[in-house]
Each structure stands twice: as structure tokens, then as C-alpha cells.
Design a protein around this ligand. Structure first.
Ligand code: FAD
Length: 443
């Protein structure tokens, strides 16, 4: 009896989502059934020089994929009343848009979380990818065409490749999403209309991303909160996120500036660019010393306009799947965009595993389960992340009377802290393993 040909799976994009999918397929030993190719536009697999938080739900997957041991040395120990088992899980909120800033809430995040350098996360993922998965660099997808025989991928360098299943893990400006939506709407994928329908929208937020050597901060303010704990420095329409990474040697710092009137508009100008201190330091003039110390010591800063993807009716067809930012790019206020990409990858890989081991190749069945389970969860993160940003920057309706630098009564700040804590329940309140089980039960 002849063995059936392997299914050809193409993953477009070798970011956190695409690489997690490669790890999950490796972990499930699917080489017997699958030929897997990753097509990445960059010349080298790279991550922006910044930190990333991997929260409780994604940490379950890290464990299930056998990577927990690799994460341990990267987790930055922070002072925590819960003890050493809960590194990275205490967050301080400060009222910072006045000269005498002060802490107003101390949040414990049970369930564990890792705050690490993106490059370290990428290195771990790569070390868990089996050799049966081939990675092709310098392959920028520009279009794909579906026929009865399969899918033909077209790259910018003129090369083509074919596959039976396509996973678009190509980030916020996903070409796979553009063609996917154009096909569903009967549009020419190269038309202006197709590009407009798929284009992300601006959230009104700009962030300035940078890393600082902790010693620089320690010399200036030895008791600086961000040296030991993730801290959110809050002000009206602005905040700064700072947390230690690389075992405390580096501080990841991200100042945010929000113009809510621009939310939902098209971005004019570049989504990312180099930035100088004079472009943004003035936004924090008058803020407390801890905040100013972070800002003035930032170097090699890049400005990112935070964009989001408009809600999609579905994340998959019978052969094409959207994963991570390609499907549901969100604001970073819950630190969960990458976590959601990781969840997509984990659920998709396990669904495919079950289907193939049942001896079936009916990909439509996976598609139904994937969208049914993953779409509402990802949307709940998109919405909750937006709400969290509104609260963080004193823009919830009950703070309508507040202007930058205004004093706010401690009781109101305490209530705000509690609502921020509640907002952070989503990444930890239910298990991603239960969601996976629900998806598997649908097959
Ligand atoms: C300031 C900030 C802070 C954040 N903090 C956190 C956090 O703490 N925790 C968290 O979970 N998330 C965080 N996020 C969100 C997180 O970075 C993203 O959600 C995550 O990187 C999405 O992963 P992805 O694999 O879907 O996309 P990406 O990481 O964007 O990867 C897409 C890949 O596809 C490649 N690609 C693009 N187009 C093509 C093409 N046409 N052909 C081939 N390849 C292509 C790209 O080169 C890239 O390698 C943050 C985001 C920002 C902006």
C-alpha cells in the first residue's frame, strides 16, 4: 500500500506566532504527515530590541510545549509577597503626571508571567523547531492564488511556491489577510479597494520603545521602582510602562502618548521611525522624577504608531488560516498580543494533529473549530485591552473632570487600581487548555 503524500503547510511570517506554530508542530511530531515551510520576508529572523511580557495563559502553552525550563533563567525575579514562585507578577501603578508622584496601587498577578527580551524569546522558540520544518528567508509574499490543486504563493523576488494549507502569520500588515478578504468579497486582491478593506487603523496611540542599562538608572535613583518591579507611571492621556528584563540588567521602557480623537483613523506617515528625545521628552515635563529619569536616559528610541485590525467575520477558510496580529492586532495595554498569537498557534497545531491522526484531511473541520474557538477569545482581548488603556490614562467616564497634573483623591485612585486589576484578570482567569479541549471536541 502506498503512503499518502504529505500535506504541504506554508507558514507566512516567522515572528512570534509563526515560530510558535513551528514549535507546536515539532512538538507533536507531525513530520510523518506534513511538509512545513516558513516564508519570512526578512533577510534574518529578527525581533525589535524591546521587552515582552508573557502572561499566564501563554505560559501554560510554554509549559505544554516543553519550554518552561528555557524560560526560567530569563524570568526577572521581583520582590513579591507570593514568594519566589511568582517572578514577574507584581505590578505597581503610580500617579506620575505631577512633580510629587506616588504609588496608588500594588497589583499581584498570580499565575506566573515572564518579562523577557524579545530576542531571548525568539532564540528559545528557534531552538525548539525540528529540522523537518524549513525556513526560507527573504521571501516576501505579495499574493496567493487558490485552485483545486492547492494554493500558489507569489513572492516579491519573482519566485513561487505551492502548498495545501496556508497560515498567514505575517503580522499587522498581513498580505495573506488582504488576499483572504479580497477573495471573500470577490475583489481583485491588487485593487485599491482590497488594500483599503484590509488596512489596519490607528488607535491614536504612539509609543516610544527603548531599553536602558539598569546601572544608569541605579546610579541616579538607587531605589527606582522599575529596577525591581514592573511599573506603570500613569497620567492623563499618557503613561509609561517600565519593567526589568534580562535578569534585571536591562529596563524595558515604553512611554505612551494617546490622542483618542484619532482612534480609528487612517495613519498618515510611517508606522515606525527613529525618534529623538526632543520628539517626546516634552510630553512628560512636569512628571515625577522616576518618570523623568527613565525618559531622559532613553537612547536608540523608535516611535511606533499603534494600529489595530478591524474585526474580521472569520479567521479561516477551508485552506487559509490567519494567526496572531494578522487576524487581531490589538493595543498593548494587556500585554497579550503575542500571547494571543501563541494561543492561535497552539490551538491550530493541536486541531491539525487530531485531524491527521484520525486519518482525515478534511481541513474545513479544523477551520470551523479554529474560528469558533479562537475568534471570540481574541476579540475579548482586543476589547479588554482597549478598555484597560482608557482606564490607565484617566480617560474612563468618571475621570472626565481630570486634566493632566490634577490631584486625584486617594479613594478614587484606589477604585481605579481595583478596576485595572480586574482588567488584568482576563489573561489569567481561565485556562487555555480548556479552550483547546472545547476546540478538539468539535472535531
Ligand atoms: C509597544 C508594544 C508592546 C507590546 N508588548 C507586548 C507584551 O508585553 N506581551 C504580548 O503578548 N504582546 C505584546 N505586544 C504585541 C506583540 O508584539 C504582537 O502581538 C506580536 O508580535 C504578534 O506576533 P505575530 O507573529 O502575529 O506578528 P509579528 O511578530 O509582527 O510577525 C510577523 C512576521 O511576518 C513577517 N512578514 C510580514 N509581512 C510578510 C510578508 N508579506 N511575507 C513574509 N513575511 C512577512 C515579518 O517580518 C515578521 O517576522 C506589544 C506590541 C507593542 C507594539
Amino acid at each position: 500500500m502506498s503512503t499518502p503524500q504529505k500535506l504541504r503547510l506554508a507558514i507566512v511570517g516567522g515572528g512570534i506566532g509563526g515560530l510558535t506554530l513551528a514549535v507546536a508542530l515539532s512538538h507533536l511530531n507531525l513530520d510523518e504527515f506534513l511538509q512545513v515551510d516558513i516564508y519570512e520576508s526578512a533577510f534574518k529572523l529578527n525581533q525589535v530590541g524591546a521587552g515582552i511580557g508573557v502572561l499566564a495563559r501563554a505560559m501554560e502553552i510554554v509549559e505544554d510545549l516543553g519550554m518552561a525550563g528555557d524560560f526560567e533563567p530569563l524570568m526577572t525575579p521581583v520582590e513579591s509577597p507570593l514568594g519566589a514562585q511568582s517572578p514577574g507578577s507584581r505590578f505597581y501603578f503610580r500617579k506620575s503626571d505631577e512633580r510629587n508622584g506616588f504609588p496608588f496601587f500594588d497589583m499581584i498577578m498570580p499565575g506566573g508571567s515572564a518579562m523577557c527580551h524579545r530576542a531571548d524569546l525568539q532564540a528559545i522558540l528557534l531552538s525548539h523547531v525540528s529540522s523537518f520544518i524549513k525556513c526560507h528567508l527573504n521571501r516576501r509574499l505579495v499574493n496567493y492564488k487558490e485552485s483545486k490543486e492547492g494554493i500558489e504563493l507569489e513572492f516579491k523576488n519573482g519566485e513561487t511556491a505551492s502548498c495545501d494549507i496556508l497560515v498567514g502569520a505575517d503580522g499587522i500588515n498581513s498580505v495573506v489577510r488582504k488576499v483572504f478578504l479580497a477573495n471573500k468579497q470577490g475583489l481583485d486582491s491588487s485593487s485599491e479597494e482590497a488594500a483599503m478593506n484590509s488596512a489596519p487603523v490607528w488607535s491614536g496611540i504612539s509609543v516610544y520603545r527603548g531599553l536602558i542599562d539598569s546601572e544608569v538608572i541605579r546610579r541616579e535613583l538607587p531605589n527606582h521602582t522599575a529596577l525591581s518591579s514592573p511599573t506603570l507611571y500613569c497620567g492623563k492621556n499618557k503613561h509609561i510602562v517600565a519593567f526589568p528584563i534580562s535578569q534585571g540588567k536591562i529596563i524595558n521602557i515604553v512611554p505612551f502618548v494617546t490622542d483618542l480623537e484619532k482612534e480609528g483613523s487612517r495613519l498618515h506617515g510611517p508606522a515606525t521611525e527613529e525618534a529623538n528625545l526632543q520628539d517626546f521628552a516634552h510630553f512628560y515635563a512636569g512628571w515625577e522624577d522616576e518618570a523623568q529619569c527613565l525618559i531622559k536616559n532613553m537612547s536608540n528610541v523608535s516611535r511606533w504608531a499603534i494600529q489595530t485590525v478591524k474585526p474580521l467575520d472569520t479567521h479561516s477558510t477551508d485552506r487559509v488560516f490567519l494567526l496572531g496580529d494578522a487576524a487581531h492586532a490589538m493595543t498593548p495595554h494587556l500585554g497579550s498580543g503575542a500571547g494571543q498569537a501563541i494561543e492561535d498557534a497552539y490551538v491550530f497545531a493541536n486541531l491539525l494533529d487530531k485531524l491527521l491522526r484520525q486519518g482525515s484531511r478534511d481541513i474545513q473541520r479544523i477551520s470551523n473549530a479554529y474560528t469558533a474557538i479562537r475568534r471570540p477569545i481574541a476579540r475579548s482581548f482586543v476589547d479588554a485591552s482597549r478598555d484597560q488603556g482608557i482606564r490607565l490614562e484617566f480617560n474612563a467616564p468618571e475621570f472626565d473632570d481630570i486634566k493632566e497634573g490634577d490631584a486625584i483623591a486617594p479613594e478614587r485612585l484606589r477604585e481605579l487600581g481595583k478596576s485595572l486589576e480586574k482588567g488584568f484578570e482576563l489573561p489569567r482567569k481561565c485556562s487555555v487548555r480548556d479552550d483547546l479541549q472545547r476546540a478538539l471536541d468539535m472535531l
